[in-house]
Design a binder for this molecule. Structure first.
Ligand SMILES: NC(=O)c1ccc[n+]([C@@H]2O[C@H](COP(=O)([O-])OP(=O)(O)OC[C@H]3O[C@@H](n4cnc5c(N)ncnc54)[C@H](O)[C@@H]3O)[C@@H](O)[C@H]2O)c1
Length: 356
């Protein structure tokens, strides 16, 4: 039985298999290849039931279509999930088996879906996946790959944070502004470091309490994970998993803006309207966290570090364009971003059918 509602099935193909070697259930969800071969990472995570992993892959894949369309990298949207059940134990051998199984499943898409690292997987894991399929990005730099995309993601989110602060406070400076960062992983820790260096006041948390030492090295205040949505601040930065902004959380969220790397932070469809009705500016996740895919796609194309940095900082411009469109159309930034992405996908589809 699924514990969350299944997403709408608008995908080109969803393949779920029990890994031959690992016995783990894994899913590749290809949402759209209209713009180009899909690109989206592989999440390795624990779920209450296998179907929750399928639903997560499907939701994340459609968000990747939106993200990649707005990132303008010539890629469609897809995602993969290796689902651990509540009692599954993952030792090194089984982890390797799971990654080889994933490689086989990715290979059945014949290049229409390309994988990379995501929550729960690393660049070294991608090296294992590459033993079974060439359709994998983000291998370690020492192996000729793009390496961890988190630095690129953090740069794009940081550029977005400045635009959000500018929008709300009429100055893009983060100095003296207060932030809550929930999740100090690959991206959250980099954002915390940048924000602290720029003079922001930080309250931070993670479910991994060992991150407290890092927090104090930045001079940040440590809060409990369940205080992240109740601590007053100028800006909330969700940098853990998605689904945290529930109706109850939004009803009393004591911030002026939400902007962060976490995919799908809104737990329900009308969350963006609810935030807007409370006067909270929401920067759509798939606009601000596109730095990772931009980095992966551009390194694969052989772009220079300078060109890539320019595109990462350009995420701030895309976000400003979205805010502008939202104001002009009288809709939320999320609706404006979705409309822009859908328009790009439809245009690509029309160009394709004109060629057939
Ligand atoms: N890494 C990237 O390049 C990238 C790109 C786009 C989007 N994202 C998204 O950004 C988010 C963070 O990615 P990451 O690469 O930093 O992942 P990560 O796994 O390195 O870090 C996530 C951190 O969040 C913590 N966490 C999980 N649940 C939490 C909770 N309820 N409260 C507080 N902390 C919690 C984890 O302990 C971990 O430290 C994810 O949603 C991911 O999908 C990441």
């Amino acid at each position: 039985m699924t514990t969350a509602p299944l997403p709408e099935f608008t995908h080109e193909r969803v393949s779920t298999a029990v890994g031959e070697r690992s016995g783990l259930t894994m899913t590749v969800a290809l949402h759209s290849s209209a713009i180009g071969p899909a690109l989206g990472g592989c999440r390795l995570w624990r779920y209450p039931a296998w179907i929750d992993g399928v639903a997560d892959a499907m939701r994340l894949a459609s968000a990747m279509t939106m993200k990649n369309a707005l990132a303008d990298i010539g890629a469609g949207g897809g995602k993969s999930v290796i689902a651990l059940g509540p009692d599954d134990v993952l030792d090194d051998e089984r982890r390797r088996d799971a990654l080889l199984d994933l490689g086989d499943l990715v290979q059945t898409f014949d290049g229409l879906y390309r994988t990379a690292e995501d929550v729960g997987t690393t660049e070294h894991d991608m090296l294992v996946v590459s033993e079974r399929t060439p359709h994998v990005l983000g291998l370690p730099a020492a192996n000729g790959g793009a390496g961890e995309p988190a630095e690129g993601t953090a740069l794009g989110v940081y550029a977005s944070i400045e635009r959000v602060v500018e929008q709300v406070f009429e100055s893009g400076s983060v100095s003296g502004r207060s932030f809550v960062i929930s999740g100090l992983g690959q991206v959250g820790s980099r954002l915390a470091t940048r924000l602290a260096a720029a003079g922001a006041r930080l309250s931070v948390t993670d479910i991994d309490a060992t991150k407290q030492a890092f927090a104090s090295s930045l001079g940040a205040r440590w809060i409990a994970p369940d205080e992240a949505l109740t601590t007053p601040a100028d800006v909330l930065v969700p940098a853990g998993l998605g689904g945290v902004l529930t109706p109850a959380a939004i009803a009393s969220l004591p911030v002026k803006a939400v902007v962060g790397p976490a995919n799908n932070p809104l737990a329900y469809a009308s969350g963006a309207e609810h935030l807007a009705s409370r006067g909270i500016l929401y920067a759509p996740d798939f606009v601000v966290n596109a730095g990772g895919v931009i980095h992966l796609a551009m390194v694969a194309e052989g772009a220079s570090a300078r060109e890539i940095e320019g595109r990462l900082l350009g995420i701030g411009d895309t976000l400003s364009e979205v805010f502008h469109a939202a104001r002009a159309q009288g809709v939320t930034p999320l609706a404006a971003a979705q409309a822009l992405a859908v328009q790009r996908v439809e245009q690509a589809r029309e160009r394709r059918s004109a060629l057939v």
